[in-house]
Each structure stands twice: as structure tokens, then as C-alpha cells.
Design a protein. Structure first.
Length: 157
């Protein structure tokens, strides 16, 4: 699995970083975020197609990737999630390397995935809360992110 991630970074990330289109830290955020999004789909032990589509959409929209790049990123994130032992592997990277605004954006993306199937399971909410805690998002910002996404779903963006 490490080899697959290294291959992806070598073929996609380093090439784009050398051309100046995307930095390596941005790609690290992409992989960590994708892994957290995959984790949230699994929180209630039942992955809905709407959740998978929400992950794909979030990755495409947030990172402006091509379909092929997004598919590869999701594939690598799924591999990473299957072999991970905790959320810490992903949250530590996000917490150490990214701004408060980026962290809040990650929490908002998690909420979008949670609400994509039309309901919010207690395990999904717990997982978003746990991720928010691990990336040092205040309870206030956690609630604001949730309300923002809920309001967008009711009123539109």
C-alpha cells in the first residue's frame, strides 16, 4: 500500500508540484481529507451510494481534480483506511499542516457526506466530533459547520 501511495505521489503530485500547479502539502491534505471522508461513510457500518457520490463530489469540488485524479485519490484513501488502525494517522497530518480555515472546510465536507443520505446517524455525528477534536476544532466551530451545511441543504448554497 505504501508503494501505491508513493507511486501516486511520484506520478501525480511531484509532477504537478514541479510545474507549480499544486504543492505537495496540498496533495497531503487531499489524501488525508479523502481518507477522513471514507472513514465517515463507514461510521454507521452501512455505506450508501449517496455517501460515495458525496465523497467523490467533495473531492472534485474542493480540490479541482480531474475525474481520473479523483478516482485515484479515492482508491488510495480506501486502501489507507483499510490498513489504518485509527483516525489519528489522518488527523495528525491535517492538524499539523493546515490552517484553521482548511480544518473547518474538512469538517464541513464531513457533514456534507453525513447528510448526503438524508439522515444523521449517532455514530456519524460521533465520528465527526472525534475528528473535529483531533484536529483541534472548537465545539463552536464544529456546531457552526454543521448548521452551515444543514442550512445549505434546506435553503440551497
Amino acid at each position: 500500500m505504501i508503494k501505491a501511495i508513493n507511486n501516486y505521489f511520484n506520478s501525480q503530485i511531484k509532477q504537478q508540484a514541479m510545474t507549480g500547479t499544486v504543492s505537495e502539502s496540498e496533495h497531503a491534505l487531499q489524501l488525508a481529507t479523502a481518507a477522513l471522508l471514507i472513514e465517515i461513510t463507514r461510521a454507521d457500518h452501512h455505506v450508501e451510494e449517496s455517501e460515495r457520490l458525496a465523497v467523490d463530489y467533495a473531492i472534485l469540488e474542493m480540490f479541482s481534480l480531474s475525474d481520473k485524479e479523483a478516482q485515484e485519490l479515492v482508491r488510495l484513501a480506501e486502501l489507507e483506511v483499510r490498513q489504518s488502525t485509527s483516525l489519528y494517522e489522518f488527523t495528525a497530518l491535517v492538524d499539523k499542516q493546515f490552517s484553521l480555515e482548511q480544518k473547518i472546510q474538512v469538517v464541513e465536507m464531513l457533514w456534507r457526506v453525513v447528510f448526503s443520505d438524508g439522515s444523521k446517524d449517532k455514530y456519524e455525528e460521533y465520528t465527526v466530533r472525534k475528528i473535529a477534536d483531533l484536529i483541534h476544532i472548537s465545539h463552536r466551530d464544529f456546531i457552526k459547520a454543521r448548521h452551515k451545511i444543514e442550512n445549505e441543504l434546506v435553503n440551497g448554497p
